[in-house]
Design a protein around this ligand. Structure first.
Ligand SMILES: *Cc1c(COP(=O)(O)O)cnc(C)c1O
Length: 362
């Protein structure tokens, strides 16, 4: 189905995941493949698993259910700290969850006991990024309270950086995580096997040899799907950046001036657009808009195409650089996607999703 389509290349996902699993293994690090940006797409998850990730990570119970319904029985980690109201579903569907609240752990423990099981948890530590996690000083008392809960078992500590505060992983903040793990092991009198050191933002530190040896684990999404580390969003060596593409269709193609005519007020989204006079343009409308995708994360593959702006249903392009005859009505325009654009396009009911490559049918 053409028109407005997101394609995901399973061979790229598998190759990227394989390269990252191999590289992380040389540092003693296991990889969880994070599928949240593709809404738990089972074939994408399967490509990650073929490449050797030890499990999957998801931020939404609905996506975990989708993976399970597709028959995926690999270990799945619930990445977003669970809501109280989802405690039972998390225990039912996930093997492990990341946590930062005693009340939630009490609910998980009760749900696990009701199901005659024990739910494994990683306690998240906030190393300064100010998203989820227990503040370092509070970790020892927090762990003592959780140790009293019979239905949950703490298997390690984790941290997440570069998501809210933009704090990059460093030898210092990772060292702080390791100190807390060692103190916790002494206090609890047993080893904590999992030190889940971070996400795609940790790769540069790892490759530079700055990750403490005690780190055992990373949770990687963007690096696998889009081939980028996330501190500076550089392409990661050994990975490809062409795993996801958005295809849209030209629906109007005319010559128009570069500056609006008449008094300019707000646009449809309350912004005050600014225009530079470049004379007349080869102007194209394509059939994707802000309702379909986070348009700020789109980048046309053709350097002759420039995004001028977007409204709910239209993306407005300047295709002058591609020539006067380029991109007639019906032509396809292809875009590279950033993480936000990928996840919004994957979640949109208006965008068709199609996987390419993967295992050949027998
Ligand atoms: C989304 C998420 C990840 C994956 O992040 P990437 O930057 O895509 O690698 C890892 N851990 C947690 C807790 C997350 O929410």
């Amino acid at each position: 189905m053409g028109g407005r389509e997101l394609t995901i290349d399973l061979d790229v996902v598998e190759a990227n995941a394989g390269a990252l699993v191999t590289e992380c293994a040389t540092h003693g690090i296991a990889v969880t493949g994070v599928t949240k940006a593709v809404c738990g797409h089972p074939e994408v998850a399967a490509a990650m698993l073929r490449a050797g990730v030890t499990g999957l990570g998801e931020s939404r119970v609905e996506n975990i259910a989708r993976l399970r319904e597709a028959g995926i029985d690999a270990p799945i980690t619930m990445l977003r700290v669970p809501s109280l109201s989802y405690a039972d579903s998390v225990v039912e569907l996930a093997d492990l969850s990341l946590n930062s609240e005693v009340a939630v752990l009490e609910a998980l423990s009760a749900a696990a006991l009701a199901r005659s099981t024990v739910h494994e948890v990683v306690v998240m530590v906030d190393l300064g990024d100010l998203r989820e996690g227990v503040w370092p000083d509070e970790v020892p008392s927090f762990l003592r309270r959780v140790a009293a809960l019979a239905g949950v078992r703490v298997v390690g500590l984790g941290a997440n950086l570069a998501c809210f505060g933009g704090v990059a992983p460093t030898t210092e903040n990772m060292g702080r995580l390791v100190e807390l793990v060692e103190a916790a092991e002494a206090d609890l009198g047993r080893p904590l096997p999992m030190v889940s050191a971070g996400n795609s933002s940790a790769l540069a530190l790892l490759a530079a040899g700055g990750m403490p040896a005690r780190a055992t684990h990373l949770r990687l999404g963007e690096a696998i799907l889009l081939g980028r580390e996330t501190v500076e969003r550089r392409p990661w060596p050994g990975t490809r950046q062409d795993g996801a593409r958005l295809h849209a269709e030209v629906i109007e193609r005319r010559r128009k001036p570069s500056v609006p005519s008449g008094p300019v007020h707000e646009d449809a989204f309350g912004h005050h657009p600014e225009f530079v006079d470049r004379g007349w343009l080869e102007h194209a409308l394509v059939n994707v808009g802000r309702v379909d995708v986070d348009v700020d994360g789109l980048c046309p593959l053709d350097p002759g195409v420039r995004i001028l702006g977007a409204s709910s249903d239209y993306l407005v392009l300047d295709v002058t650089g591609a020539g006067a005859a380029a991109y007639p009505v019906g032509a396809e325009v292809v875009f590279d996607l950033g993480y936000g654009a990928l996840v919004t396009a994957m979640s949109s009911p208006y965008v068709h999703h199609r996987v390419l490559g993967g295992p050949q049918p027998r």
